[in-house]
Write a protein that binds this ligand. Sequence first.
Ligand SMILES: Cc1cc2nc3c(=O)[nH]c(=O)nc-3n(C[C@H](O)[C@H](O)[C@H](O)COP(=O)(O)OP(=O)(O)OC[C@H]3O[C@@H](n4cnc5c(N)ncnc54)[C@H](O)[C@@H]3O)c2cc1C
Length: 508
Amino acid sequence: MKRESLLDYSTTTTFDLAVIGGGATGAGIAWDAASRGLATLLVERDDFGHGTSSRSTKLIHGGVRYLAQGRLGLVREALHERRWLLANAATYVHPLTFAIPLAGIGQTLKYRGGLALYDLLAGGSPLPRASLLSNAELVRELPGLRGGFTRAVRYTDAQFDDTRLLLGVLSRAATHGAVVLNYTAATGFLKRTPGQIRGIQVLDRETGRTHEIAARLVINAAGPDVDTVARLDQPAAPLQLTLSRGSHVVVARKFWPSDSALLMPDTPDGRVMFAIPWHDRVLLGTTDVPTSDSAVPRPSSAEVDFILDIAARYLAQAPRRADILSTFAGLRPLAHGDRGPATATTSREHRITIAESGLVSITGGKWTTFRCMAADCVDTALRHHGVAAPPSRTVNDTIPDRVNLYPPRFADPAAPDERLPTFDVALSIGATCQPQAVVRAVRGEMARHVEDVLARRTRMLFLDARAAMTAAPAVAAIIARELGHSNAWEARELKSFAAVAATFLPQP
Ligand SMILES: Cc1cc2nc3c(=O)[nH]c(=O)nc-3n(C[C@H](O)[C@H](O)[C@H](O)COP(=O)(O)OP(=O)(O)OC[C@H]3O[C@@H](n4cnc5c(N)ncnc54)[C@H](O)[C@@H]3O)c2cc1C
């Protein structure tokens, strides 16, 4: 099966609904719409999950911090979704225990009481309820914690791999018939008089060719670029977004050897910070820095220092700059709130707007709530345009563990798992990225570039940027062999991957 034939098909059909943006929000919408029986298209400018959706803290949670802000509706909804994801996307989401070290009776009362409410809001959750750790349990279960803490409270939330879940959701959308295309940017809108949208103009970034695709409804789910896309429709469209950068640092497991994650409750900016076991490494973060630039961000030197400083207050063995294996940042595409300019208190709830042309835009939300955001967005679009369709069905659906992004009617007789080539030892890349996985990523998961494989089909770039650089030539060779690219293509790929990988190392 070729990506090109999906694009050819798209230019000769009329879709019921087209989604712009292949992050969590767009993927959820494509899945929701396709499972209602709507002919659905999703276009992504870069690779699926290239934006914020690969750069999250990887928690499926209600948000202990939102609880402190009194946002009980948001917390309840997210905890409900946590339960759904643990049951229906079990390959990608698993329970994770968190410990909060406590200083003094005030903090103990605050967190013990808050987490009792968290459990209450979770309804009949099967996860263990929060409890206080005795001193002996604290010493035994939190071996990486710095001395001086005598109390901690333990609670359970969930962790996931963001890009693997994203591919699972897109795969489910494709099973329901959706066409999903990466490296296909929306560059304009097709209109009928008087100014109503009847489709999108796209640029195939692989060939440089522009195409027109007809669609009855168009949804703008472009994350941090929602305003840019809205202005392709109306150059003077009001700005809908507030952006905030959140950065993470990844270090070796020895710095936090516990199986539980750590929530560090005291930070100078009033946020909490996490140390989270992730794929045999530890993820530290995150920050919250207002920004107006929607380009993919990089952690600043000051943010890296901030994260390391806080870690040093809680970890027995504090990591230093030289210990950093990888560092990455994402942009929170927050809907403009009415709570003032400070992004830490701007709403995480989503917002849906509809332009005069009929373009539906969605902003805000969280990864955790992507399923109900999608249902709400598709309902709103259908209602506004007077299109009849069944109600959302995703609550009764499951996310498959094997990914195939090609709809069944385009099925390839050589399914991704069949006729896998064998490799000689020279092409063995390491435990986290086997050669066979690269082939599957190209055949079934639409990986087109070295970065797609090393950043989002596997997580090597996020886990260890230098190791990813070492693996890059072998990955490039396999992709070239699968897609029939030349040696010159491989050389160009390696150059551009080296430039990207350098941004995953700390700035001086
Ligand atoms: C640091 C950080 C940590 C977070 N941690 C968590 C967490 O632990 N748990 C949680 O629930 N939530 C978390 N979130 C929130 C969550 O990650 C976001 O809400 C979610 O990923 C946003 O997804 P999105 O699809 O709206 O945006 P994106 O993922 O940015 O997707 C938008 C996509 O649109 C594409 N696009 C842009 N323009 C065009 C165009 N013209 N044509 C085609 N495509 C286009 C972009 O390339 C991009 O891939 C975190 C956010 C940040 C920043």
